[in-house]
Design a protein around this ligand. Structure first.
Ligand code: NAD
Length: 480
């Protein structure tokens, strides 16, 4: 049985109170490792290590910081196969996805912020007529917390850690207890890359235990969190009481709006991915498909045929389109939404059932599911399911499409498929979403701001926005 350990002060350590969690491989349902359920004692050790490392790291030449972060990126790339296998086993995602998306993007996070910090600059303002010059300093905050979810484990973990470290902070990071493995392996790479002791501390455990102890720590200066909206609200309340800086990247229920004038084949290919990639467990998935009436029946026929042809298989299978759902509890949650359709909230057009994979009958596999709905108020249309389940419905006018698209509590992302410029401009202006894609989906450029409106979050990360979040701004005014 593999024992995952905390990484504190540059060393792997067992949890102080010796509490452990079972870690399950969703592809087989087997327990294959154990990870610490760390408590406030471990968080305190991590804090002491981080606080001790902060003066030196925050004063380290940015070129040296950049060199260490680039080395981590290189080592992640060299370890692609090992990391991808570990991610796929821990999360249930197809090995090909882990190899082509998760691990390369985790490496890119380090590479990007290694470069970005060398280009990070601040403003100066000459107060003409007053013989004064103002300039802005952006200083690292101190010890910060990074908390991430299970759906893109290493990718989202490093999305936070890389800018925090680049900006000169020391970090206590907690991966999801559901997928701790690649965060554990990252510790080894940090040692090899020569990241000084205590600069990054990785502490494992459950949200309400370890995560709670971390966000309650009085001396943590900022919390960067990605996860569910309910957890985000809880963190915001606690952070508010202590005036900690927070960045919250939360849930989504993203519309995918398809007009008849789009490039149909490209739209169909992309919609397959935006619906079911990573078993639909991506916050940016287009889980509400809205189709212009004139092509609705054709789209329905083609989309269902393509959905039925998707390969659901063990994640090691190179041909798998869908692997396993991350956990038994999450599969049950998804099935409970499918039940709502059976009870009358919608009509299941395809899928809806569990799948038994030969030799892995205890794994958590689900058919990709398409549900037709006729009311935008139903839970299927309003609540985040976060699985391989999409709803579809027709619309007749632009106004109606916009109204449906904006009708949920969320506002993370939206996709629009059209070749009409006027319509493009209208939708990009009026869609309530932090990210709008036109004729594409999940095309990411790390320089761009990332985050959501409404129940999808507060603040923006990505590019210079992340470096701004992880620094404190100070204005200096000198009169001469
Ligand atoms: P979650 O909120 O249950 O957990 C996220 C992280 O928070 C985990 O590490 C968990 O241990 C921790 N946590 C839970 N309770 C805590 C507490 N009281 N104090 C501190 N930490 C605590 O979310 P999840 O189920 O892991 O992830 C799925 C959710 O994440 C979905 O809603 C999805 O949309 C969202 N998500 C959002 C984005 C984005 O960029 N907006 C990206 C990926 C996932």
């Amino acid at each position: 049985m593999i024992k995952i350990l905390n990484f504190i002060d540059g060393q792997f350590q067992e949890p102080v109170e010796n509490q452990w969690l079972d870690n399950v491989s969703p592809a087989s349902g087997e327990i294959y490792s154990q990870s610490p359920n760390s408590t406030a004692s471990d968080i305190e050790l991590a804090y002491q290590a981080a606080a001790k490392a902060f003066p030196a790291w925050s004063q380290t030449d940015i070129n040296q910081r950049a060199r260490v972060l680039s080395k981590i990126a290189n080592l992640l790339e060299e370890g692609l196969e090992k990391f991808a296998r570990a991610e796929s086993k821990d999360n249930g995602k197809p090995i090909n996805l882990a190899k082509t998306v998760d691990i390369p993007r985790a490496a890119s996070n380090f590479r990007f912020f290694a470069q970005a910090i060398t280009q990070f600059s601040s403003e100066s303002h000459e107060s003409v007529g007053q013989n004064a010059i103002n300039y802005t300093l952006r200083k690292p905050l101190g010890v910060v917390a990074c908390i991430s979810p299970w759906n893109l484990p290493l990718y989202l973990f490093t999305w936070k850690i890389a800018p925090a470290l680049a900006a000169g902070n020391c970090v206590i990071a907690k991966p999801s207890e559901v997928t701790p493995m690649t965060a554990f392996l990252l510790g080894e790479i940090c040692q090899e890359a020569g990241l000084p002791k205590g600069v990054l501390n990785i502490v494992h455990g459950e949200g309400p235990v370890t995560g709670q102890a971390l966000i309650e720590h009085a001396d943590i200066k900022a919390i960067s969190f990605t996860g569910g909206t309910a957890t985000g609200v809880h963190i915001a309340k606690l952070a508010g009481a202590h005036l900690k800086k927070v960045s919250l990247e939360l849930g989504g229920k993203n519309p995918n709006i398809i007009f008849a004038d789009c490039d149909y084949e490209k739209m169909l290919d992309t919609t397959m991915r935006s619906s079911f990639a990573n078993q639909g467990q991506i916050c940016l998935c287009g889980s509400r498909i809205l189709v212009e009436e004139s092509i609705y029946e054709k789209f329905k026929t083609d989309f269902i045929a393509r959905t039925k042809s998707l390969v659901i298989a063990h994640p090691d299978n190179e041909d798998a389109d869908l692997g396993a759902i991350v956990s038994h509890a999450h599969m049950q949650k998804i099935l409970s939404y499918i039940d709502l359709a059976k009870q009358g909230q919608g009509k299941i057009l395809c899928g809806g059932k569990q799948v038994a994979i030969e030799g892995y009958e205890n794994g958590y596999y689900l058919e990709p599911t398409v549900i037709e709905i006729d009311s935008i108020d139903c839970q299927l249309n309003q609540e985040e399911i976060f699985g391989p389940v999409v709803t579809i419905m027709p619309f007749s006018t632009e106004a109606e499409a916009l109204q449906i698209a904006n009708s949920t509590a969320y506002g993370l992302s939206a996709s629009v498929w059209t070749n009409d410029l006027k319509r493009t401009m209208k939708f990009t202006q009026e869609l309530q979403a932090g990210i709008v894609w036109v004729n594409t989906w999940m095309l990411r450029d790390l320089r761009t701001p990332f985050g959501g409106l409404k129940a999808s979050g507060i603040g923006r990360e990505g590019g210079l926005e992340a470096l701004r979040f992880f620094t404190e701004t100070k204005n200096v005014c000198i009169q001469y």
